[in-house]
Write a protein that binds this ligand. Sequence first.
Ligand code: CXF
Ligand code: ZN
Length: 372
Amino acid sequence: MKTRGAVVVAPGRPYEVVDLVLDEPRAREVVVKMSASGICHSDDHLATGDLQVQTYPFCGGHEGSGVVVALGTDVTEVEVDDHVVFSFVPACGRCRWCAAGQQNLCDLGAHALSGCRPDDPSTWRVHTPDGRPVGQMSSIGTFSEHTVVNVASVIKVDRDLPLHVICLLGCCVSTGWGSSVNDARVEPGDTIIVMGLGGIGMNAVQGARHAGAGCVIGVDPVAMKRTLASDFGATHAVASMQEAGRLARSRTDGQGADKAVIAVGVLAGDHLAEALSTVRKGGTVVITSVAPMTDLGAPISLFQVAMLHQRIQGSIYGGCNPRRDIPRQVQMYRDGQLILDELVTKTYSLDDIGQGFADLRSGLNLRGVVTF
Ligand code: CXF
Ligand code: ZN
């Protein structure tokens, strides 16, 4: 079928909305009419060239929701008309990682940046009208009016949920919430610093609150984000890591924060050095942000990290198991425990996606969402 989507044609080029052609769904594949797709900093990395991929053009978007409109063979998990949220890492349920409760590491996720079929890696499901393969970000490419994906990439949700809100469960909510709950392992009474209060950072704040943190210090240079942080559970919001470090020490007899989550838009080594300087001995720094592929490492003291017994924890998808955690987050949202509506600052049409990225770079949004 024919569709339209926002693609990057080469590293460092802005998104362009173009005509695309989708394959018929094969075995274990579903066609989804998109309802909404959040605009994440990782999508911007494709346009700046910080994140380079193996297939250009590349259709961005990895935080989506929609309605199933067609099925390939051997699909039993969903039916036509079902509402779904996409998982930016597929969860096949069969590989050793899924079996071990680490769906964020599912083997089918290995092809996220080539954008080919994860279960048949030399083939692509999307093409240009003249027949060139188009990569799908994270094997889903949700900046498209329709997409065809492996059923391992979708999670069925109830029809009454607002699709332009719950699309956020697919990346920023799980990634941020899980960074605090699973990867920082926040405990009751902890003092935690969350560096960056965008879509991911605000959810790290919510996760820290759910895990019982006593003091949640949000850090962001944008005043609007600091003001909103208390709605999500921050006890303090400051503009710099120096201030956050001082505050954490003042509340812990000079020891420092128990944990820090780095959730800035573009990660640099200095961020890790700053975060380490704010946490106590035995403390943890979680790296949730995506660094440019050309990053040059971090100016940290290995001596100090070892002597202070500090833990540096990498984090993909906040260590979540999307098939368990997305339905759980839906329930928390219904119960009023997980704040989602307020994360959506502004919606955009697909043709206005460029404005969405401009607003993201200006720090105007917690989340901008493309609605179809
Ligand atoms: C990203 C990580 C790189 C692939 C796309 C998703 N995570 C969060 O935005
Ligand atoms: Zn993302």
